[in-house]
Design a protein around this ligand. Structure first.
Ligand SMILES: Cc1ncc(C[n+]2csc(CCOP(=O)(O)OP(=O)(O)O)c2C)c(N)n1
Ligand SMILES: [Mg+2]
Length: 541
């Protein structure tokens, strides 16, 4: 007779799960034993946060839930940040955590935390499994909920006694394909009228435009309408081949370079904008009309309240919209003349030779060594603004950044997931010296998994982003600097390689060599943030 844990693992296999990331505890040992006899690989990490970030990134890259596992109390709570990361970032993920037996209490309340309650605000659904017979349906429901638009994390708690209890062989519930309806013809007609009448239209691609299922129809819409587009930070790279229409990325909410175009637009067709992102522009009583195109209706916010909506499967709905307006948008290119000037400002100082290098130079040099399908995964720090603004990407999900929870510590694990999934593509993690150290223990995991991965650390011996804000707000320079380990020796201690950049012109060749050599390679470069205030505020002035 199968045990609860056998049913769980069989149900996961039936959902197509091939890896589970995590740190098991004693309450998971039945599950670990069931995994041993399955096709699913257990990928151990050195902290549950790393496992959660990897599972969430799997969901982000594939549209199918990534799965992670932990013990009860302390382990489960270590998933909290990753749960929030997936929840705000709309990444499908399943977290499975253990719990003490529920039918007896032989250890009283030792290690017991109400994990279900703690997961409530961080997930789409959180449930305790109370009988082995319910496992097939609960698992199917968990995957359905995690994957359904808007995707996100689901938490299942499997108590030790339920995992170990034998039961009759309960049939699994197999998944079936689900098609999302397309937008209503009336909504498409209304949007088409607005687009054809627009004097200065602009398309904006937001976070949901980066869903793996979205991209083809979006590119077609941009190319068929010939309306210029900009992106939010998380909408970068969605439109391949449409780059002659790209006018920039809104790294700031206002007065960034691209706002020259945004501020002049009278219509913004906002595709897949999710208001968890820092606003790409601020709506007010005046300003452009906005059409929201999304899988789900737009949230109404103080800074975002669209005037019309096209709700449905984004790609196919946009195809229907393009059918209505193609060749009938006389002013499609009205804002295009601004493009060159905006893009010229974006590459300003990109080839400056001073040492330590400026962030613009680092973005420029990274782009030189990453092919168009290569992936750059950012942690959170000052450099994110520069990468969002200046890194040109033509393939969706090739600049993985988090403009939702904006947590530090996810850069390395998300890059590791990308490297694990796409062994043939170059993958680079870019981290500050602060954010890198928040999950640097996962270097061991990366080495153990035999990943080909380069990690670029931007070293300023400080929580630079906060130090910048401190100075912008005219506070004294206080309390935000720290010391660092010798990163080269630190890498070597993990069995990785390490290189310290000593001259700006070395950055490109060192990165190339690191990729060619394969394995895990850590490259540390000092960064000159002294111009941050002036150069970021210049856009804001
Ligand atoms: C987990 C977490 N803690 C704190 C913050 C607030 N925060 C945002 S950026 C930042 C500094 C990042 O420092 P570092 O990684 O060294 O990057 P830098 O800005 O110096 O390039 C901090 C503390 C955060 N976003 N996430
Ligand atoms: Mg720093």
């Amino acid at each position: 007779m199968p045990k609860g844990s056998d049913l769980l693992v069989a149900a996961l296999e039936s959902e197509g799960v091939d890896r589970i990331f995590g740190v098991p505890g004693e309450e998971n040992l039945d599950v670990v034993e069931s995994l041993r006899g399955s096709k699913i690989q257990l990928v151990l990490t050195r902290h549950e946060q790393g496992a959660g970030f990897m599972a969430a990134t799997y969901g982000r890259l594939t549209g199918r839930p990534g799965v992670c596992i932990s013990t009860l109390g302390p382990g489960a709570l270590n998933f909290s940040t990753a749960a929030a990361y997936a929840h705000l970032g709309a990444m499908p993920m399943i977290m499975i955590t253990g719990q003490k037996a529920i039918m007896t209490a032989r250890q009283a309340r030792f290690q017991i935390v109400d994990v279900i309650a703690s997961m409530k605000p961080l997930t789409k659904m959180t449930r305790q499994i109370v009988s082995p017979a319910s496992i097939p349906t609960i698992v199917r429901e968990a995957f359905r909920v995690a994957q359904e638009e808007r995707p996100g994390p689901v938490h299942l708690e499997l108590p030790e006694d339920v995992a170990g209890e034998e039961t009759a062989d309960v049939p699994l519930v197999p998944p079936h394909p689900v098609d999302i309806p397309v937008a209503h013809p009336a909504a498409l007609d209304r949007a088409a009228e607005m687009i054809m009448a627009a004097k200065r239209p602009l398309i904006m691609l937001g976070a949901a435009a980066s869903r793996p299922r979205s991209t083809a129809g979006i590119a077609g819409f941009v190319l068929r309408t010939q309306i210029p587009f900009f992106t939010t930070q998380m909408g970068k790279g969605t439109v391949a081949g449409g780059s002659k229409l790209y006018v920039g990325t809104a790294a700031l909410s206002e007065r960034d370079y691209v706002h020259e175009a945004i501020d002049r637009a009278d219509l913004i067709i906002s595709v897949g904008h999710d208001t968890i992102e820092k606003p790409p522009f601020i709506m007010g009583p005046k300003g452009p009309q906005v059409i929201h195109v999304g899988y789900t209706p737009a949230n109404v916010e103080q800074v975002f309240f669209p005037h019309a909506e096209v709700v449905g499967d984004v790609g196919p709905s946009l195809e229907l919209l393009a059918d209505r307006v193609e060749g009938k948008v006389p002013n499609a290119g009205a804002l295009l003349p601004l493009r060159e000037k905006i893009l010229a400002r974006i590459v300003d100082r990109a080839d400056e030779e001073r040492f330590p290098p400026t962030p613009q130079r680092i973005v420029h040099d990274v782009r030189q060594v990453i092919p168009s399908d290569g992936i750059v995964a950012l942690d959170n720090g000052m450099y994110k603004i520069w990468f969002a603004r200046s890194y040109r990407s033509a393939v969706s999900n090739t600049l993985l950044l988090d403009n939702a929870l904006a947590t530090m510590g996810a850069g390395l694990p998300s890059a590791m997931m990308a490297a694990l999934m796409y062994p043939g593509r170059r993958v680079l993690a870019v981290c500050g010296d602060g954010g890198f150290m928040m999950n640097s223990q996962e270097l061991e995991t990366a080495v153990r998994l035999g990943l080909d991965l380069v990690v670029l650390i931007l070293q300023d011996d400080a929580y630079g982003m906060i130090r910048w804000k401190q100075s912008v707000d005219r506070f004294a320079d206080f309390g935000l600097t720290f010391g660092n380990p010798d990163f080269v020796r630190y890498a070597e201690a993990y069995g990785a390689r390490g290189t310290r950049i000593g001259a700006t012109e070395d950055l490109v060749p060192v990165l190339h060599d690191a990729f060619r050599a394969g394995g895990v390679h850590l490259v540390t470069v000092p960064v000159d943030y002294s111009d941050n205030a002036r150069l970021l505020l210049e856009g804001v002035a």
